[in-house]
Design a protein around this ligand. Structure first.
Ligand code: ADP
Length: 218
């Protein structure tokens, strides 16, 4: 999504405020709501519209422009009842993309049942990411292919590859990875079996985490 979205962020705790700030930095139109005035004031200067609204009040949500938003983020934390009601209201208002924050798997199931298009677990996912980044420090530079365990990212050609071709290296069998792209001195090319690797080449590879890690640590 590169176009300008109108995003309504509901619940302005640490997580909701962080989402707001990043969206503003990414030049998106942001409507921020919380039932707590103090929280509203904390973001009022940076977002396009900040309002004290109880997200379980449908009329108030319509007044603040929830219907016009193309993305809604229900960032309410502890108040599970409010997060479920707010999600249901947003779905009833036909908001096209509703992202809701869950506290537990049961909460997540209910959020999906009342209409969340995507359910997130920021604390759980951040915990997993931190742990994985300790074990696989390169992981944040790789993209996960949705719905699979494959990762795509770049890796520098290792010394054992220099002067050899993909075929000579028997690359796929040897590393259990596929090379999608080769970058050499700013030029990108799709390597053929007889492309000779050079020092400084950067390879875009696809494969499983363990295999990428093995190659990274060569
Ligand atoms: P965090 O872990 O991100 O700091 P919190 O649970 O502290 O999350 O913050 C959630 C925010 O959601 C609070 O600012 C709270 O006032 C707000 N909130 C809770 N219930 C409602 C509601 N019904 N309508 C609007 N905002 C709500």
């Amino acid at each position: 999504m590169n176009d300008k979205n109108t995003v309504i962020v509901i619940g302005l705790g640490r997580f909701g405020q962080s989402v707001c700030r990043r969206l503003v930095a990414l030049k998106q139109e942001v409507v921020a709501v919380d039932r707590n005035m103090h929280r509203v004031e904390e973001v009022a200067d940076i977002v396009d519209l900040a309002a004290q609204v109880d997200a379980t009040d449908e009329e108030a949500m319509i007044k603040v422009g929830a219907k016009e938003a193309n993305v809604a983020i229900v960032a309410i934390g502890e108040n599970i009842e409010a997060s479920i009601l707010a999600t249901s209201i947003l779905r009833g208002l036909d908001v096209k993309h509703i992202i809701a924050r869950a506290q537990s798997s049961l909460h997540a199931r209910v959020l999906a049942q009342v209409g969340a298009h995507r359910v997130i677990f920021p604390e759980r996912d951040m915990g997993i990411r931190i742990a994985e980044n300790i074990v696989f420090p390169w992981l944040s530079e790789f993209a996960a292919l949705p719905g699979s365990s494959y990762l795509v990212g770049s890796i520098e050609a290792k010394e054992e590859m220099w002067g050899k071709t993909l075929a000579e290296l028997n690359f796929r069998q040897r590393y259990n990875l596929t090379v999608l792209l080769l970058e050499r001195k700013g030029t990108k090319l799709i390597p053929s079996p007889d492309t000779v690797f050079q020092q400084g080449d950067v390879l875009t590879v696809i494969g499983e985490r363990e295999d990428i890690d093995k190659l990274k640590s060569l």
